[in-house]
Design a protein around this ligand. Structure first.
Ligand SMILES: Cc1cc2nc3c(=O)[nH]c(=O)nc-3n(C[C@H](O)[C@H](O)[C@H](O)COP(=O)(O)O)c2cc1C
Length: 122
């Protein structure tokens, strides 16, 4: 099976990610690209270097938002990616999008997603 490589430019999000403990790079994908809502383990490529990460595709219903976004939390990575091109490959879907009762509940789930993504990328 061949895997699809997606690529896009990192744009500014609403910066809620930092306060949730999982800062994300918001990626702008071409309009004709459609990925089903959910959370995925991904390989992320920046400047030709591969990183582990988790991708969220969804509208952030927990935060009462409605615009579809593609956000990636890149593991063990610090740096300013705004305006840069980033590519990723989906390795495994971890779960569908969910609505959480609180930001804390969402944060706790993100920690579980992170562990599940690391396991899937081993
Ligand atoms: C791996 C991952 C999974 C997420 N899953 C959900 C989810 O199931 N439901 C939801 O409402 N938001 C989910 N979020 C979105 C967070 O609400 C989002 O990261 C936050 O709004 C930060 O965005 P911002 O920095 O653009 O403001 C997820 C984010 C990540 C990184």
């Amino acid at each position: 099976m061949t895997s699809c490589v997606y690529s896009g430019i990192v744009i500014h999000g609403l910066h809620n990610g930092e306060s949730l403990g999982f800062p994300t790079a918001n990626v702008q994908l071409p309009d004709d690209v459609h990925i089903a809502k959910g959370v995925y383990a991904v390989w992320v490529y920046i400047d030709g270097k591969r990183h582990e990460g988790m991708l969220y595709v969804g509208t952030r219903p927990t935060l009462s938002l409605s615009e579809l976004t593609y956000e990636i939390n890149i593991f063990d990575f610090e740096g300013d990616l705004y305006g840069q091109e980033l590519a990723f490959v989906i390795v495994k879907q971890l779960r569908p999008e969910q609505v959480f009762k609180s930001r804390d509940a969402l944060s706790a789930q993100l920690a579980k997603d992170c562990a599940a993504a690391r396991e899937a990328l081993k």
